[in-house]
Ligand binder design. Structure first.
Ligand code: NAD
Length: 259
């Protein structure tokens, strides 16, 4: 018996990184999982690598677009008959700069990628979860959804906004058997970290290696976490055992953030 037997999950940005590790953990626990990404080719490769047969399905879509988010949730229901778990995981930010030098485009892109995508997917998923009076929503925030840092305000602001949306939605649907939480990892060496980290580090006046070391040193464990550390927390939040946890912003940062 798996902790998620019979459940249907949808994970935005699930072809690699934290989303992929979480998809694998959900399948291991008995769930059917829809993963998403922009590229059909990368989606097909991910499905092949996972080797989970009909337990995993890929739906292409760009989470920065509302119609793609809505089609992803509807596609999950069309494929597996319902949606029990949403992990709004995709996100990131590029073109970092101090607030005084920020472009509208950089801020808008980060809000679309992180905040609007989370809102669009949540709203669509709740449309199915509220009538069935059960559900689990897990939103991807970050340690930067809890603390301010210079030069990366586009990311800090978007992840804080996700935490606000999470807390309010949790209050709205708590009596309906639906939990809404966010996960707040510290730095993890994934593809997006390798792609966007160097520019973020430069904007913060340090090297990429220096940035990773700062993350490790400001934690209690003095090292970075791995994608599996986040995936296993998502399993708990998605399972029956997580029924009493809602409106929480769960830190998975080795003790870096103050709360
Ligand atoms: P990753 O690059 O390893 O994986 C990102 C996944 O999202 C991939 O499957 C990619 O194809 C998909 N994706 C990216 N943009 C997309 C878009 N516009 N539409 C659809 N799919 C898209 O990244 P990751 O490190 O696993 O990051 C996942 C989430 O975790 C992000 O929201 C990120 O902000 C957050 N996070 C990451 C870290 C870290 O240090 N890696 C720390 C805290 C929070």
């Amino acid at each position: 018996m798996g902790a998620l037997d019979g459940r249907v999950a949808c994970i935005t940005g699930g072809t690699r990184g934290i989303g992929r590790a979480t998809a694998e953990a959900f399948v291991r626990e008995g769930a059917k999982v829809v993963i998403n990404g922009r590229s059909e080719e990368k989606g097909a490769a991910a499905l092949q690598e996972m080797g989970a047969g009909d337990s995993v399905h890929f739906i292409a879509g760009d989470v920065k677009k509302r119609e793609d988010c809505e089609a992803l949730i509807q596609g999950t229901v069309d494929k597996y008959g319902k949606i029990d778990i949403l992990f709004a995981n995709a996100g990131g930010a590029s073109n970092h700069a101090p607030v005084a030098e920020l472009t509208d485009e950089a801020m808008q892109d980060s809000l679309l990628w992180n905040f609007w995508h989370t809102f669009w997917c949540m709203r669509a998923a709740l449309g199915h979860m509220i009538p069935q009076e059960s559900g689990r929503i897990i939103n991807m925030s970050s340690v930067e959804g809890k603390v301010g840092k210079p030069a990366i305000s586009i990311y800090v602001a978007a992840k804080h906004a996700i935490n606000g949306l999470t807390k309010s939605a949790a209050q709205e649907v708590g009596t309906l058997g639906i939990t809404v939480n966010s996960v707040c990892p510290g730095a993890i060496e994934t593809d997006i970290m390798a792609a966007e980290g160097p520019q973020a580090a430069e904007a913060m006046g340090m090297t990429y290696e220096g940035l990773l070391d700062v993350f490790a040193q400001e934690s209690a464990i003095k090292r970075l976490n791995e994608v599996e550390d986040v995936a296993e927390v998502c399993v708990l939040l998605a399972s029956d055992a997580g029924a009493g946890i809602t409106g929480s912003m769960i830190s998975i940062d080795g003790g870096s953030s103050p709360y």
